[in-house]
Design a protein around this ligand. Structure first.
Ligand code: C2O
Ligand code: CU
Length: 616
């Protein structure tokens, strides 16, 4: 059983326990001593099972079990035991004597155990990881208050002053919640050596003005504006760079200088250009409120950077990016030598209900032609691709070439939001078809395309290709180790308490900034406690995947800029801090980022004059 299934099982068992105890209490109050006794026995058994599931969850990582082990498990266990010891004998006596068994001393402990079970059910949804001292106090106080109220309603309750210590406990818990709140996470490394306000500003960390020797200058002007696009025969409202969706493709050769002048005609939420996966100098990164101010209607910003990374990338607005990217403010960035054969870049995007794999739907290609398909997922959810009619290789992930990629056929590729896969093959004599989420996408060659294949297994990219040496690995000594636990919960977003997408129990901008020093070797563990997939994306660096769920990468070294952390998964990744700046580090399901799942990573000594922006 994997961690996601264990989480589901644990919640189900907790639900049964809560229902069992509450049912027993209600039955006792309704003078049904026999039913109450049976339910008590069942609830006691389920409660014991619940202890097992909570402990089993710890095998997937402490983050999954912490709240259960330190709080909701013991709370349910103690309340259940008290119910058995206090209510049990009274109910059994009542059954034997044929009396109703509805005394408060039978009813109240059963209901309190039920409240404890309900708290265990709600806690993972409302709070999650980490369960702090404040959370413990508040939860125990809430269950205690409910118990005292029940006791008074049942008659013969305790005097009113007994509420005072419980109330005090709750208030102490709330206070503890407000008091806690470091705003910096040093990952176990030294704190900053640079006093605040002294250092280099991100605004000065700009790209070079010249290409590398022999390189060219690639100059573009993009004007973001409202437009419309035709999707599956319908006209839909869109926003586009130069009115185009996707925006104009940027292509360059290694060493070229890319210079893009961005203007905003009429996008009221402001626009920027973020070079996804491209490790540009921080001042060119396009994160509003962090590396620049968003470009307002009538405004302008010039981006300049050298095309030092070869491969498939993309760009998109980072201002109100959830809306902006969905509306069409994105395009592709491919750095490669001119290709012999057919080289297609296919940004996949969903407009309303319709997913399109960019570019024309059919191409002719003579048998033997080398073909490269560059798949780009510009959506916020993963897409599944299958290529039928030919064997092929997955030659690059997120722009980075894989080592020794073997021949693939009859597999499904799952591409994370924001990610890129490059597929390569020689055109066979028959037709080739690409399917996106089971729907026909691109077609190559002539003849009836093969039907949509079904049930092909997913390729595990952590085991694909051949290992090679890397500058660091799972055994390295890291200067800083960070942990990001992703979940949902109540947290402040933009000053308002919301049901947020959280990182370590907090939401942007209240998630502590990660501090690194230039040259540090940094590892990050990302654990997903929630029920949704989180495509994790750090700006300015690509990370080397070390482990997934405790299993090392056994195939090609895997350098990624966006990796899918599915429910219950734990990824361990690492990077060298070699690109000074203040960087966004966030979930690339952009709706999740907008609802709190984002933070900053800052190099010691780097400051930003930009504030107030949401960074998304
Ligand atoms: Cu592709 Cu911060 O984003
Ligand atoms: Cu997410």
């Amino acid at each position: 059983m994997n961690t996601a299934q264990l989480i589901a099982l644990d919640l189900l068992v907790t639900l049964l326990a809560a229902a069992g105890w509450l049912g027993a209490g209600v039955a006792a109050a309704a003078r049904r001593a026999r039913v109450a006794t049976a339910l008590l026995a069942a609830a006691a058994i389920v409660t014991i099972v619940r202890v097992t599931t909570a402990v089993a969850l710890a095998t997937g990582g402490w983050w999954f079990a912490q709240d259960r082990v330190v709080l909701t498990g013991p709370l349910l266990g103690v309340a259940g035991l008290a119910a058995v010891l206090v209510a049990g004998p009274r109910l059994i006596t009542a059954v034997r004597a044929g009396t109703p068994g509805n005394s408060p001393s039978a009813v109240v402990p059963l209901l309190v155990a039920g409240y404890a079970g309900a708290a265990g059910l709600l806690f993972p949804f409302l709070v999650g990881y980490p369960a702090t001292w404040g959370d413990v106090l508040v939860t125990v106080a809430l269950v205690g208050t409910a118990g005292l109220v029940t006791w008074r309603i049942a008659g013969s309750g305790p005097p009113l002053w007994t509420f005072l210590p419980v109330l005090a406990m709750g208030l102490a818990g709330v206070g503890a919640g407000f008091a806690s709140g470091a705003d910096l996470d040093t990952g176990g490394g030294p704190a900053g050596a640079h006093p605040a306000g002294h250092g280099v500003s991100v605004a000065d960390l700009r790209g070079p003005a010249e290409p590398a020797p022999g390189g060219q200058v690639r100059r573009y002007t993009f004007t973001a504006r409202q437009t419309t696009v035709e999707v599956a025969g319908r006209t839909v409202e869109a926003w586009g760079y130069n009115g185009q969706v996707p925006g104009p493709p940027i292509t360059a050769a290694e060493g070229d200088l890319i210079e893009v002048t961005l203007r905003n005609a009429d996008i009221g939420r402001g626009v920027t250009l973020h070079w996804h996966g491209y490790d540009v100098p921080a001042g060119e990164d396009g994160a509003p409120g962090v590396t620049q101010d968003a470009v307002p209607p009538g405004g302008e910003y010039v981006y300049r950077f050298r095309a030092d990374q070869v491969g498939t990338y993309w760009y998109h607005t980072h201002s109100a990016s959830d809306v902006g990217v969905r509306m069409g403010l994105y395009g592709t960035l491919v750095v490669a030598p001119p290709a012999a054969g057919l080289d297609l870049t296919l940004p996949v995007h969903t407009f309303g209900e319709t997913t399109v794999a960019g570019g024309p739907g059919a191409h002719d290609a003579a048998p033997g032609t080398p073909v490269r398909l560059r798949l780009v997922n510009t959506d916020s959810v993963p897409h599944r691709f299958v290529l039928s009619g030919t064997a092929y290789r997955l030659v690059a992930v997120d722009g980075a070439d894989l080592n020794g990629p073997g021949e693939l056929r009859e597999v499904e590729l799952r591409l994370p939001a924001g990610g890129r896969y490059d597929l390569a093959f020689a055109m066979p004599s028959g037709p080739v078809a690409l399917f996106v989420d089971g729907e026909p996408g691109l077609r190559l060659g002539v003849g009836e395309p093969p039907p949509a294949p079904d049930g092909w297994p997913e390729l595990d990219i952590t085991r694909y290709g051949t290992p090679a040496d890397t500058a660091f690995g799972p055994e390295s000594r890291f200067d800083r180790s960070f942990t990001l636990v992703l979940d949902r919960g109540i947290a402040m977003v933009d000053g308002v308490p919301r049901y947020a997408h959280t990182v370590n129990g907090r939401a942007y901008p209240n998630v502590p900034t990660q501090l690194v020093r230039e040259g540090d070797l940094v590892e990050t563990t990302v654990a997903n406690r929630g029920l949704e997939t989180h495509p994790w994306h750090l700006h300015g660096h690509r990370v080397l995947v070390l482990e997934r769920n405790g299993h090392r990468v056994t195939g090609s070294p895997l350098w990624m800029d966006t990796f899918d952390v599915r429910p219950g998964e734990v990824w361990r990744v690492a990077f060298r801090a070699d690109n000074p700046g203040e960087w966004m580090n966030h979930c690339h399901n952009l709706a999740h980022a907008a609802q709190g799942m984002a933070l900053h990573l800052r190099y010691d000594g780097v400051t930003t004059p930009f504030h107030g922006g949401h960074g998304d």
